[in-house]
Design a protein around this ligand. Structure first.
Ligand code: ADP
Ligand code: ASP
Ligand code: MG
Length: 458
């Protein structure tokens, strides 16, 4: 291959047991490929959560500040990297902490500056580790690599010019750039973050910008699995997925990929692989524009589940045969920046699910002007995903019979709009049971023939 992007998540860079393995994977590519890989790293596992707590909780700030500094210094020690690589950053961290001594909860901009320390520490450690082992490498903050964004702190969007800027900054490098995931920078130089789990998205943005041959997401599972392994420990890797399948799964809760990750890859047609740092010879999952359909009778590849969902139903008898009703409802959601996931309509009502209902209260008065509004919280969306699966004759019937058999009620169904996704809404407390039941009932527990694909490191 000519060049790859390798993204290492928090458990890959941030567990001492995996650090050396990750470094070996980078060195192997560096010696084999035409151009050195670009590496993207997340914060050490758990560090972003500590930083989030630091930003929110003035009362515990001193203890957290010390704990974060100590965590990185002792990690350097544990993995045998000279802690000198952290000196300047630790000084900057202490200075930032001193400036927060009398502050309450931090502003969104200052919070992003604080969260950024996690990825900056990780990049410094990873680059130093590579240098110690004789590989030319440097830590690069995403803003310096050209990743410019808008000013939506906490959920920033890359600006269109960032692709060319990243290509200029990273394209011609002959050393290994270890770029901070998760971070961007506004045009006037302030640090932004792309949303939790956003390092996957960073890797895809970098890969698309430099025209990489492959974007590799190195994590703690051997690929994108047939469902969340925290719900079904026997879940198996899905060898091949299409961009559409993987996007739906990421969007509906497969945490292994940030939902936006596949967009840049899809635009440039770059394959994405999900691989296990601790088991680099496992084939993992390969995500491309076209993929083999699922092997089971239903063509289902994986089941995702997103909890904490809110449903809103707006009913109006005046709507019967009236035009403009849906437009009015969506205008209200748009104006209040409410993102709608699933939609079902009947002649006199519309129901939608919202992933983030934090702005719902402000929208309610406007919605009540259109019709009678009912809000149901504590729901979950379950998404059964596979190219062609929703149109398999009998699949919906099979799914709902299985769930009905154990008394799980379906609150909403969305089918037909997507050729890859049959999704429905259940109560939060039924979600895990529904996923377990369907995983077994759709044959995803069954042994599949081992893939002949060779491992990524091979
Ligand atoms: P990283 O730190 O490498 O970014 P994450 O914790 O963000 O890793 O994502 C990996 C985790 O995602 C897995 O350990 C697993 O618990 C969870 N997960 C949820 N759904 C899936 C799925 N379908 N396939 C693989 N992992 C999943
Ligand atoms: N460290 C960030 C987070 O925990 C980004 C990432 O892990 O991708 O959200
Ligand atoms: Mg992640």
């Amino acid at each position: 291959m000519r060049r790859v992007v390798m993204k290492f998540g928090g458990t890959s860079v941030g567990l001492a047991a995996n650090f050396a393995g990750a470094q070996a994977l980078v060195r192997a590519r560096e010696t084999r490929d035409e151009r050195p890989p670009v590496v993207v790293v997340s914060a050490l596992t758990g560090v972003t959560n500590l930083l989030v707590e630091y930003a929110a909780a003035p009362s515990r700030r001193d203890a957290l500040a010390a704990r974060i500094a100590e965590r990185h210094a002792s990690f350097a020690d544990e993995v045998g990297v000279d802690a000198g690589c952290l000196t300047a950053l630790l000084a900057e961290w202490r200075e930032a902490c001193a400036s927060h001594a009398d502050a309450g909860a931090l502003s969104p901009a200052e919070r992003d500056r604080v969260l950024a320390f996690g990825e900056r520490f990780a990049a410094a450690l990873f680059a130093a580790g590579l240098r110690d082992r004789g590989t030319r490498a440097a830590a690069v903050v995403a803003g310096d690599a050209g990743l410019v964004t808008d000013e939506r702190f906490g959920a920033a969007h890359p600006l269109p010019e960032s692709a060319a800027a990243m290509a200029r900054a990273l394209g011609g490098r002959t050393d290994v750039a270890v770029v901070t995931g998760f971070l961007g920078r506004t045009l006037d130089g302030r640090t932004t973050t792309l949303g939790r789990g956003g390092s996957d998205y960073s890797a895809a943005l970098v890969g698309a910008a430099i025209g990489a041959d492959e974007i590799q997401i190195w994590t703690d599972t051997s690929g994108l699995l047939s469902t969340d392994p925290r719900i079904v420990p026997e879940a198996r890797p899905v060898p091949e997925l299409s961009f559409a399948e993987a996007s739906e799964l990421a969007y509906f809760g497969a945490k292994v990929l940030h939902p936006k990750t596949l967009l840049p890859a899809m635009e440039r047609g770059i394959p994405v692989r999900i691989l296990n740092t601790a088991r680099p010879d496992d084939a993992g999952s390969r995500i491309t524009a076209t993929a083999e359909p699922g092997r089971d009778a239903w063509c289902v590849k994986s089941i995702a589940c997103k909890k904490g969902v809110t449903a809103v139903t707006i009913a109006s008898t005046r709507m019967l045969l009236a035009y403009g009703f849906l437009a009015r409802v969506f205008e209200v959601f748009g104006r209040h920046h409410l993102v709608v996931d699933l939609v079902t309509t009947s002649e006199v009502s519309i129901s939608v699910t919202l992933d983030d209902p934090s702005r719902l209260d402000a929208a309610l008065a406007d919605l009540e002007g259109i019709g009678r509004v009912e809000v149901r919280r504590g729901l979950a969306v379950v998404a059964v995903v596979g190219e062609g699966a929703p149109s398999r004759i009998g699949l919906p019937g099979h799914v709902f019979t299985l769930l009905g058999g154990v008394g799980i009620g379906i609150e909403m169904i969305s089918q037909g709009a997507s050729r890859v996704n049959l999704s429905f809404v259940v109560r939060d407390e039924d979600a895990d049971k529904a996923v377990r039941l369907l995983h077994r009932g759709l044959g995803l527990d069954a042994e599949v023939a081992p893939s002949s694909t060779s491992g990524a490191a091979g």
